[in-house]
Design a protein around this ligand. Structure first.
Ligand code: TYD
Length: 143
C-alpha cells in the first residue's frame, strides 16, 4: 500500500527580485506554487511548547513559508513514512498535497508561518483523527 501524494511533497524556492533596497519575494498561484491560491492565513505567537496542525485534508493543498523566524513541519503518509522539514528561510516553502498528515512545531518566538491554501476553508474536509486519516488513506489507495 502506498500514499502517492506523500511523494509530491517538496521544498520550493522562490525567486528573489530584491536589490540594494532589500529582498522582494513573489509567489504566484499556478506558477510558483502548483495550485491557484484561494486562501491565505498566518500563524504567529506560538512557541517551542506548541504543536499545531495535527490534521490532514481531503482536498486542500498547502504551501507553508516561514516569512520570519523558524518552525518545523512533520509530514506523515499514514502508512509508516514520515519526515521533518525545517522552515527557516523566507524565500523557501514546503508544498504539502492533500491527504498528508502534518504537525507544525518548534516555533521560534519570532516565527510568522504563512500558509497558502488551494481551497476556501471547509472544516468538513479536515481529518483531525489520526485513525480516521489512516483509514481514509487506505481506502484512497485501494481505488
Ligand atoms: P486549526 O485548524 O486548529 O489551525 P492549525 O491548523 O494552524 O493548527 O484552526 C484553528 C481554528 O480556526 C479552528 O476552529 C478552525 C478555524 N479556521 C478557520 O475558520 N479558517 C481557516 O482558514 C483556518 C486555518 C482555521
Amino acid at each position: 500500500m502506498y500514499n502517492k501524494n506523500y511523494d509530491k511533497i517538496r521544498m520550493l524556492r522562490f525567486g528573489d527580485l530584491g536589490d540594494e533596497r532589500g529582498s522582494l519575494i513573489v509567489v504566484e498561484g499556478g506558477g510558483d506554487v502548483p495550485f491557484e491560491i484561494r486562501r491565505v492565513f498566518y500563524i504567529y505567537g506560538s512557541d517551542a511548547t506548541i504543536v499545531r496542525g495535527q490534521h490532514a485534508n481531503r482536498r486542500s493543498e498547502f504551501v507553508l513559508i516561514n516569512v520570519a523566524g523558524r518552525s518545523k513541519v512533520r509530514v506523515d503518509d499514514g502508512l509508516g513514512r514520515e519526515q521533518v522539514y525545517s522552515l527557516d528561510t523566507p524565500n523557501t516553502g514546503i508544498y504539502i498535497p492533500s491527504m498528508v498528515w502534518k504537525d507544525m512545531y518548534d516555533f521560534s518566538p519570532d516565527s510568522v508561518l504563512l500558509v497558502l491554501a488551494s481551497e476556501h476553508y471547509d472544516g468538513g474536509e479536515y481529518l483531525r483523527d489520526y485513525a480516521q486519516f489512516k483509514a481514509a488513506v487506505t481506502c484512497m489507495e485501494q481505488k
